[in-house]
Structures are given as C-alpha cells and as structure tokens.
Design a protein around this ligand. Structure first.
Ligand code: FES
Length: 104
C-alpha cells in the first residue's frame, strides 16, 4: 500500500509499505522527519504521533483506550484525528493513506 506523510513545511514523503508493518516502522524506515518511534512501538513514548488526514480518519478508526491516554501526552497539539502511528498497521484497504506530521 502507498502511504504519504505531509511534513509541517508542506513537503511530502511517499512510500510503498508492506501490509502488516506499523506506520511508525514505515516512517522510520523512510526517514520521515518528526516520527521517531523511540519506544519501538510499545505505546510508551508518543514520539510516533501523526494526524490522519480527514478523508481517511473513519477508515483508520480511532485510538484504543491506552493509546488515547498516551495521546494526551504528545508534544505537538493533539488534533481530532491524532493517532500514534505504531498502533496503525498497513493494510490493503488503506492504500493511498495520508498522514500529517504535526509541527512541534
Ligand atoms: S513508537 Fe512509542 S508510542 Fe508509538
């Protein structure tokens, strides 16, 4: 599936991501600035914060309970479509997904 990250300066990074990979892992593998993934996807750092583009928010779905609590600790402002990208797995029906990397 193809994923595009929109950076705070408007630049875009696009990549093909294998199904099953988390979108934090994909961002780190493609050097997307601003997505760090410090805890390795263990839901304890919130450095993988992204906002899901409005058109995709319903399909991606909202955060789980613990992720929701973690999102309250993010450095950048939390938005309505904020997610921790280590908790989103690439899957075929998300082909074309757009994620916004928030400015800190
Ligand atoms: S990588 Fe640490 S919470 Fe997602």
């Amino acid at each position: 599936m193809k994923v595009t990250w929109i950076l705070p300066d408007g630049a875009r990074v696009s990549a093909e991501v294998a199904a099953g990979l988390s979108l934090m892992e994909a961002a780190v593998a493609h050097n997307v600035p601003g997505v760090v993934g410090e805890c390795g996807g263990n839901l304890s750092c919130a450095t993988c914060h992204v906002q899901v583009a409005e058109d995709w928010a319903a399909r991606v779905g909202g955060p789980g309970e613990f992720e929701d609590a973690m999102l309250d600790t993010v450095e950048a402002a939390r938005g309505a479509n904020s997610r921790l990208s280590c908790q989103i797995r690439a899957r075929d029906d998300l082909d074309g997904l757009v994620l916004i990397v928030p400015a800190v």
